[in-house]
Design a protein around this ligand. Structure first.
Ligand SMILES: O=C(O)CCC(=O)C(=O)O
Ligand SMILES: [Fe+2]
Length: 285
């Protein structure tokens, strides 16, 4: 595999064509079909699908275990970038069949590790993805844009109380300011048209989004891996907007999987609405 680190440093992201072996992709898709054959009607009944699709499923890899093979393969193909801060571990994941359709944003307020870098987004296409079914979009060089006035933003949304771990209105306003900075700087927006098996790695401060999912006859199966070096504490908006808050060291529990560390956990969450433990959903492979 070529060294993608120059491109990643310069652009804030890189596209790695054919990063995931198609045998692994096809197997994962086959196993997800099995998962759906068992759970789709329950998920439908519980209103945990979006337009009939899996959407924003957190840590599905705890139940659909071949997704862990996608992680192994993705890091193997991108390690010149993803192992830069020390060996990459899997912190959390998101699975989508319907595009995230999320507006342009930086991940940093929700994946904040103080001055220590190392968090990255690693996105694997399990379907061909273009403008029709919600391409991932990234803004070249947006990781170099400075921060907007965080104190001022805080004072507008949380004038007299600390910022909570999650504050969607503040997150949106923060990103709006960055989008204006990117526009002013004339930064280029790249629509990443990819084939299944391709992957994209982004820097935590790179503006990125998922386009609207227009053609619902097609799925947009994609697996986002949020990676960090071992034991990197990850904090949210309460820390991001208060850099004086001390980030304590953490000691995480990992499973060793094919020579890589995957954070141990057993909760699978659907669209932030409802979680199940893996023992309840079962293990699919
Ligand atoms: O898949 C997408 O459209 C974007 C996902 C994303 O922004 C993230 O996981 O940080
Ligand atoms: Fe993101």
């Amino acid at each position: 595999m070529p060294d993608y680190s120059d491109q990643f440093e310069k652009d804030g992201f890189c596209i790695i064509r054919g990063g995931i072996d198609l045998k692994i992709v096809d197997n994962v898709n086959f196993v997800i079909d099995k998962f759906l054959a068992q759970h789709k009607s329950m998920l439908e009944k519980e209103d945990l699908l979006a337009k009939g699709f899996l959407h924003r499923v957190i840590n599905l890899h705890h139940s659909v275990t071949p997704l862990k093979d996608v992680f192994i393969e993705a890091i193997e193909s991108s390690k010149s970038v993803t192992d830069k801060f020390d060996r990459a571990t899997l912190y959390t994941s998101l699975f989508f069949e319907l595009s995230s359709q999320q507006p342009l944003h930086r991940d940093t307020p929700y994946f904040f590790s103080g001055n220590f870098g190392g968090y990255m987004g690693v996105w694997a296409a399990l379907d061909d993805v273009d403008e029709d079914n919600g391409s991932l979009v990234a803004v070249k060089g947006s990781h170099f844009l400075g921060e907007p006035d965080l104190k001022k933003l805080k004072s507008i949304f949380h004038p007299s109380e600390p910022v909570p771990p999650s504050s969607p209105a503040l997150f949106d306003a923060y990103n709006e300011e960055l989008i204006a900075l990117a526009d002013n700087a004339g930064l280029e927006t790249v629509i990443c048209k990819v084939n299944k098996g391709d992957m994209i790695v982004w820097h935590p401060a790179t503006l990125h989004r998922g386009l609207p999912h227009i053609n619902k006859a097609k799925t947009r199966r994609s697996f986002v891996m949020h990676i960090t070096p071992e034991n990197l504490p990850i904090k949210h908006m309460d820390y991001f907007f208060n850099p004086n808050k001390i980030i304590e060291p953490v000691s995480k529990v990992y499973e060793n999987y094919s020579g890589r560390q995957i954070e141990v956990g057993d909760q699978i969450d659907f669209m932030h609405k409802k979680s199940f433990i893996a023992d309840v959903l079962g293990y699919f492979k």
